[in-house]
Design a protein around this ligand. Structure first.
Ligand code: X2X
Length: 343
């Protein structure tokens, strides 16, 4: 066969194959943009670096990922990240359930106050039936979900006093992010919540425009929040935000099945590693990380069961109301999974 007719045949065969599959695999991009809220000094950003490195190595450089921390691809507005992934402004991301909850209301599940009492409860959700349901919902919302990671249990910090009871929050200006659920939770506690991005939160804390905020201890230490007046931490573990590793659907479809499998497995491996980093110093007996934070001159308040229950009670009406928004069936499934968890 002449070279030219062979080529014609090959082109025809490729066209046929792509019409059977439904879409043609397009050329790989020289670089894929990964969105993150924080950089590699934080467990979350470290997870992004681990994922990107694994993918580069395992694909022999076919898929080359660059990190964009500070949600810089959406000008720092983390609540617009999900839409930007769907639209292809962002190729891939590791995102917090909180930041995507304005677009995917079911993600408010993890922000229902005091739903998850411990890490085993969180695992029971993400690694079980609820996790599968959440991935189906994200898939239907137009983004390819691959694996779970973790930001962590969000503890309350402030510049004024050691918080032990809901009344202590009265009138405190607290920065919150994301969903209206947070505004309602803090309003129910008598605080004065105000919604702003993470980028805006740090100067607002430094200037005293707000008194406090809520974030995992790994964020507290890496962002050095003790240097912006946050002298009091109360360990109340009221909500925790998992992270989700995702890829834009067109980008996903442009990869060969074997590269898709590599990217998915790397996300799962990086997610496990990232969760270990996020829990370091907090999951071990005696929570050694808290000693390091106390050594910075920060007061750490740990609540008795009765003290914590007062916060649970004060926020219960918000939980009940938002149970309907999230979906009663999903919340019931979550509650059952938590009740049945292995501690
Ligand atoms: O903005 C926050 O508080 C952060 C960094 O934890 C999230 O992106 C949810």
């Amino acid at each position: 066969m002449k070279v030219r007719s062979f080529l014609k045949l090959a082109v025809a065969a490729a066209a046929l194959a792509s019409s059977v599959v439904g879409f043609a695999q397009t050329a790989y991009k020289p670089e894929y943009k990964m969105s993150l809220v924080v950089g590699t000094a934080f467990p979350w950003g470290k997870g992004g670096e681990i994922w990107a490195d694994m993918v580069r190595q395992r694909t022999q450089g076919r898929i080359n990922i660059k990190l964009y921390p500070g949600v810089s691809l959406v000008q720092g507005d983390q609540t617009r990240e999900f839409s930007a992934i769907r639209q292809g402004v962002i190729d891939m991301a590791i995102g917090s359930t909180i930041n995507w909850s304005p677009q995917v209301k079911e993600l408010n599940l993890f922000s229902l106050p005091f739903l998850m009492p411990d890490y085993a409860a969180m695992d029971a959700l993400t690694q079980g039936e609820v996790g599968k349901q959440v991935f189906n919902i994200i898939d239907k919302a137009g983004v390819m979900p691959l694996a779970w990671g973790e930001n962590g249990y969000r503890e309350i910090t402030n510049s004024k006093l050691a918080l032990r009871k809901p009344e202590d929050l009265k009138g405190l200006k607290i920065r919150v992010v994301g969903s209206p659920l947070f505004l309602e939770t803090f309003t129910a506690l008598g605080a004065n919540p105000t919604q702003m991005s993470w980028a805006d939160a740090q100067p607002a804390l430094a200037s005293g425009a707000v008194d406090g905020q809520e974030n995992p201890m790994s964020i507290f230490t890496a962002a050095k929040l003790h240097t912006v007046g946050q002298k009091h931490v109360t360990m109340w573990g009221y909500v925790a935000d998992p992270l989700i590793f995702v890829v834009n659907k067109e980008v996903w479809a442009s990869w060969t099945p074997s590269d898709q499998a590599i990217v998915r497995q790397a996300a799962i491996d990086a997610g496990k590693e990232e969760i270990g980093i996020a829990r370091k110093g907090l999951a071990e007996a005696g929570k050694p990380l808290l000693k390091d934070i106390a050594a910075l001159g920060v007061t750490i308040t740990e609540l008795t069961t009765a003290e914590r229950d007062a916060f649970v009670k004060a926020t219960r009406p918000v939980y009940e109301k938002w149970k309907n928004t999230v979906g009663v069936d999903m919340v019931n499934t979550a509650e059952q999974a938590i009740a049945a968890r292995k501690k």
